[in-house]
Design a binder for this molecule. Structure first.
Ligand code: TMP
Length: 208
């Protein structure tokens, strides 16, 4: 069996976790051994970096540091977890991946997409998901959903304007990379979203 790499993207509050759970069941039924992971995170070192990045006390963290820390967490995740799993023919589902850096740091923080790719080239060495699902949701609705759930972390605590740039950034990226990124409205019922994801996997990957 060939390895399969799928990432789930979207603004905070879009419902990625629910869709990842449904996708996991679907791929397991197809016979895949599943590796679930999250970015930043997924290894002991990357989870430590995650705590550093999202700690609200570090409000002085500059954009360059943030960009490099996300890339550092990702480098460890790629080398320790994702590449070995793909080499073993497993299906890797990642809650966020490099597109989050492109959108949050490159577009919302205004650092520029090219700079984000340049830094992340070191972390990825050519690795990209075969399919990226974008759960598309307006920023105000995403924040409303998130505020109901938890205390906000350093990124979530950014203002509405930042989160609007994130949403616009994702839409821009999805238009630019239609072959890889599947954009689905996060306001649809969860079963409908899942059905669209399954269809895309079958059409674009499994039955090609
Ligand atoms: P999570 O809570 O969805 O796991 O994501 C952590 C936060 O980090 C979320 O607000 C998005 C943000 N983020 C970036 O800004 N850049 C990145 O490269 C990644 C992976 C996440």
């Amino acid at each position: 069996m060939q390895g399969l790499f799928i990432s789930m993207e979207g603004p905070d509050g879009a419902g990625k976790t629910t869709q990842i759970e449904l996708l996991q069941t679907y791929l397991a039924d197809k016979g895949y051994e599943i590796v679930l992971t999250r970015d930043p995170g997924g290894t002991v070192i990357s989870e430590a970096v995650r705590r550093l990045i999202l700690n609200k006390e570090y409000h002085e963290m500059c954009a360059d540091t943030e960009l490099l820390l996300y890339a550092a967490a990702r480098a460890q995740l790629v080398q320790e977890v994702i590449r070995p799993a793909l080499a073993d023919g497993k299906a890797v589902i990642s809650d966020r991946f490099v597109d989050s850096s492109v959108v949050y740091q490159g577009i919302a923080r205004d650092m520029g997409i090219e700079k984000v790719y340049a830094v992340n080239d070191h972390a990825l060495r050519g690795l990209r998901p075969q399919l990226t699902v974008l759960l598309d949701l307006d920023a105000d609705e995403g924040l409303r959903r998130k505020c109901r759930q938890t205390e906000l972390d350093r990124m979530e605590a950014e203002g509405l304007e930042f989160h609007q740039k994130v949403v616009e950034g994702y839409r821009f990226l999805a238009d630019r990379e239609k072959g890889r990124i599947l954009r689905i409205s996060a306001t649809l019922p969860k079963e409908d979203i899942h059905a669209k994801i399954v269809l895309a996997i079958e059409e674009r990957i499994l039955n090609r």
